[in-house]
Design a protein around this ligand. Structure first.
Ligand code: NAD
Length: 271
């Protein structure tokens, strides 16, 4: 990855949750390549966070790392305080942290349900609320960006595709859809844009069993009309555009980056 010639995010501070691996790390690098200073949030993987920071610095960008559990209010508030103390403000939040805790519905425990909802949905609420409070406190900076602030929620195709064996995960992503849209409606008068990205199947640690053997990859490709499994850079490219002024009239929408997974591929051959 190299610095982008576009430099659409210069002088902007971007906080990316769960940026020690996978999509978060890819988005952090894409935003840095477009000129943003990036806060690499991590939960347990400090080494991964340092790797993301190093890769950003290697390409000539700027990054800091901050630990926080996004499901804990005091951690999230402390993280935003550290960002503001160290960097002055924040302009872009990428609400990316997420996990799966899969079980058949009949066997799913309350702990499995609560764990996924608290990280995937409550975590996005807590981070978005602190980001929006900071955007409103700081006010507009039109010389830096047309919008006062930008929030991008990492949702999933499973905000619209039901997923047996994963009802906690699909419920969290369905919840993100209306969290995002309701925030977008309420915050638009403050010139805060709120959108989601709905990735399809992207090669990351969250789903490696779905693509790492040829048999698993062939099964997965049946669900992807575009016939390739996604890379984290596919999501990084969308995030950098969505955070930039090129997307200034875009708010309250989910951009699916899924190779057509939401196109009911089972009907491609006459149903
Ligand atoms: P990943 O496991 O590499 O990344 C998830 C990140 O969330 C990790 O860095 C992890 O440390 C972090 N995290 C977990 N619990 C946390 C907590 N309590 N506080 C802070 N951070 C925490 O997997 P990924 O595929 O990169 O997932 C990133 C996001 O993309 C998730 O929201 C996931 O649901 C979504 N997504 C992924 C895919 C895919 O195919 N990989 C598809 C659709 C959506």
């Amino acid at each position: 990855m190299a610095l982008s010639p576009k430099q659409r995010l210069v002088n902007q501070i971007a906080l990316v949750t769960g940026a020690s691996s996978g999509i978060g790390a890819g988005v952090a690098k894409a935003l840095a390549a477009d000129g943003a200073t990036v806060v690499v949030n991590y939960h347990h993987d400090e080494e991964g966070a340092n790797k993301t920071k190093q890769e950003i610095e290697d390409l000539g960008g700027k990054a800091i790392t901050i630990h926080a559990d996004v499901s804990k209010e005091e951690d999230v508030q402390s993280m935003f305080k550290q960002v503001i103390d160290q960097l002055g403000t924040v302009h872009i939040l990428i609400n990316n942290s997420g996990l799966q805790e899969d079980a058949k519905f009949l066997d799913m425990t309350l702990d499995q349900w609560n764990k996924v909802i608290s990280v995937n949905l409550t975590g996005q609420f807590l981070c978005a609320r602190e980001a929006a409070r900071e955007f409103v406190r700081r006010g507009p900076q039109p010389e830096i960006s047309k919008a006062t602030g930008k929030i991008i929620c990492m949702s999933s195709v499973h905000e619209v595709i039901p997923w047996a064996g994963h009802v906690n995960y699909a419920s969290s992503k369905g919840g993100i859809m209306l969290l995002m849209k309701s925030m977008a409606q309420e915050l638009a008068p403050h010139k805060i844009r709120v959108n989601s990205i709905g990735p399809g199947a992207i090669k990351t640690p969250i789903n490696n069993e779905a693509w790492e053997t040829p048999e698993a990859a062939a099964k997965l490709l049946k669900l992807i009309p575009y016939n390739r499994i996604g890379e984290v850079s596919d999501i990084g490219d969308v995030a950098a555009w969505l955070a930039s002024d090129e997307a200034d009239y875009v708010t309250g929408t989910t951009i699916f980056a899924d190779g057509g997974m939401t196109l009911y591929p089972g009907f491609a051959d006459n149903g």
